[in-house]
Design a protein around this ligand. Structure first.
Ligand code: SF4
Ligand code: F3S
Length: 104
């Protein structure tokens, strides 16, 4: 299995998640992070750290974001790993704002 970063990370990049990952599975793309399925050990600790609830176990990714598991696997290869928290993107939204923008 692996864990998957989904849509709400895109445009936010809070990066709380990278600090707790024991194996440096996160890679930093320009607008979001990606988990490397080859590295992730399914420890689950990152899920609770994300302020916008963007991370899911692969088998619990909501249907509307099903493509993200493949996207994580492909995009992680293009970018360096990240293990130290950095400032979020300037337009980062709250979970409430993201849900409202999505219509629910
Ligand atoms: Fe890292 Fe664990 Fe999250 Fe996988 S589940 S990305 S190993 S913190
Ligand atoms: Fe993205 Fe959440 Fe981590 S917004 S960078 S998955 S803390």
């Amino acid at each position: 299995m692996t864990y998957t970063v989904t849509a709400y990370c895109d445009g936010c990049k809070y990066t709380d998640c990278v600090e707790v990952c024991p194996v440096e599975a996160f890679h930093e793309g320009p607008t979001m992070l990606y988990i490397n399925p080859e590295t992730c050990i399914d420890c689950d600790v990152c899920v609770a750290t994300c302020p916008v609830e963007a991370i899911y176990p692969e088998d619990q990714v909501p249907e509307k974001w099903a493509d993200y598991t493949r996207i994580n696997a492909e995009e992680c290869e293009k970018y360096p790993t990240i293990s130290v928290q950095v400032d979020p993107l300037p337009d980062a939204k709250t979970l409430e704002e993201l849900q409202a923008a999505e219509g629910g």
